[in-house]
Design a protein around this ligand. Structure first.
Ligand code: AMO
Length: 431
């Protein structure tokens, strides 16, 4: 029996002393049999190791029965190697099959190929994720999330966790998932919006959360999901959208720096190059954006126009990141603060796509109620949210950033589904 408590990783093998005995465990991606020699390519989370069995190894014949993707543990002696996958290999002393895989495999990913179509890959996501190129995306995601937490800890934010079950929509009525809940019908949260505002009324002053949001949008696009991860940030005692933009740009830059520094092998594997944009990011008003794009004032700048605007800004300012600010009232939400007919609103555009939206909120009760009515929503449905504004609400604002979209654009992924472990969209609710 191979002692798993002594297990090292394939990257440890490259650091091990020649002649020492070590234990590895993982999946058998390939095997090759040449008379009195056999070569196994063993894969674990860190990479690959070549395992060589020669005639001294008693079970040489039985290795022929080892199916691809079976899980094994091996004990062997560290030797120098001529193989591509590193300067050292393991001469096999002992092998134990921990779990034998059925063949053929339902999807193919040998040597990091990504040829199977996405829908089939997602049906077998547990296998798809064994592909080092797919796994690399989630290694970057993990570093990205750590960098976000670090940024907010270093900047004196409290982490909040709000409920995902609600009685009303946070972003206006339509795109709500309604579910039976004992004798009631409830809704899944469209965003953390209303709760993060309540937390400001509670006195948290600076808070953030990374949580899931749900939107019943029938959008079959490469950047829409029905369940997505959102970073929500809210700050009190702000005066306009300046501080919101400063926080967002510093956040994006520190995340990009962390990924660039800590994910070198993953970025190389994914052929992703990171340019960290210079601070401060340019700011374009909605009025100017419409002029540049030759659109009627007040037009909602959609995917295609965002791409055009991104290209124009890149040409002029040589940057992938900029803010679109001061939206007309017809495009703002009921909770936004306005200066006359202009909303204190801000979108962050990165690599030609909106990755976050935010602004200053209306904290004056009477104006808030009027705005709710003007948007044809029923103030009664939102009383849980509006009543607290009667008891002392500080001026506040913040933003919501799509985590999956952020990763998608950092790595230039063609589809947001690539950035999520088990994506949910109009059709897909499993596995
Ligand atoms: P908004 O609705 O613009 O704003 O969402 C903020 C960010 O979340 C991401 N996002 C999505 N990602 C994947 N699939 C979707 N269906 C999807 N919808 C949104 C985007 C988007 O920029 N409460 C406000 C934020 C605020 O004002 O603080 C809100 O939710 O990256």
């Amino acid at each position: 029996m191979v002692n798993l408590s002594r297990r090292k990783s394939t990257s440890d093998l490259q650091k091990a002393r020649i002649g020492s005995t070590i234990v590895l465990a993982g999946w058998v991606e390939k095997s090759k049999h040449l008379g009195k020699l056999a070569f196994l390519s063993l894969r674990d989370r860190e990479g690959y190791a070549q395992i060589v069995a020669n005639k001294k190894f008693m079970g040489l014949q039985s290795l022929k029965d080892l199916t691809r993707e079976s899980v094994v543990s091996v004990k062997g002696k560290v030797k120098t190697s001529k193989a591509k996958i590193g300067g050292k290999e393991l001469e096999l002393i002992e092998l134990e099959v921990l779990s034998r895989a059925e063949v053929p495999l339902p999807i193919e990913f040998l040597g990091g190929t990504v040829e199977t179509d996405m829908s089939k890959r997602l049906d077998y996501r547990y296998l798809d994720l064994r592909n080092p190129k797919v796994l690399a995306i989630f290694k970057v995601r993990s570093v990205m999330l750590n960098a976000i937490h670090k940024f907010f800890r270093d900047n004196d934010f409290l982490e909040m966790q709000t409920s995902k079950i609600s009685e009303a929509g946070a972003e206006g009525g339509a795109e709500l998932f309604k579910l039976p809940y004992f004798k009631k019908t409830i809704a899944l949260n469209q965003s953390q919006q209303l709760y993060k505002q309540l937390i400001m009324i509670s006195g948290f002053e600076k808070a953030y959360e990374i949580g899931t949001s749900y939107r019943a949008e029938k959008s079959h696009t490469h950047r829409h999901l029905t369940e997505f991860w959102q970073l929500d940030v809210e700050m009190s005692f702000i005066d306009g959208i300046g501080e919101i933009m400063k926080t967002q740009e510093k956040l994006l830059v520190s995340v990009l720096r962390a990924v660039k520094k800590e994910c070198k092998p993953e970025l190389e594997l994914l052929k992703a190059n990171i340019d960290v944009p210079k601070l401060p990011f340019p700011k374009i008003s909605h009025v100017d954006a419409c002029k540049l794009l030759k659109l009627k004032q007040g037009t909602d700048i959609g995917t295609e126009a965002e791409r055009k605007l991104g290209n124009l800004v890149k040409k002029k300012y040589k940057t992938d990141a900029f803010f679109l600010i001061n939206f007309p009232e017809n495009l703002t939400k009921f909770y936004a603060m306005h200066d006359g007919k202009i909303g204190r609103y801000v979108d962050l555009i990165y690599k030609n796509n909106e990755i976050s939206s935010g602004g200053q909120r209306e904290h004056r009760y009477d104006i808030l109620i009027n705005q709710i009515k003007n948007k044809k929503l029923n103030p009664k449905d939102l009383e849980f949210y509006t009543t607290p504004f009667k008891f002392g609400a500080p001026p506040h604002g913040g933003f919501g950033m799509g985590i999956d979209r952020m990763l998608m654009f950092i790595l230039n992924l063609p589809n947001v589904r690539e950035a999520v472990l088990f994506p949910r969209d109009v059709e897909r609710t499993g596995p």
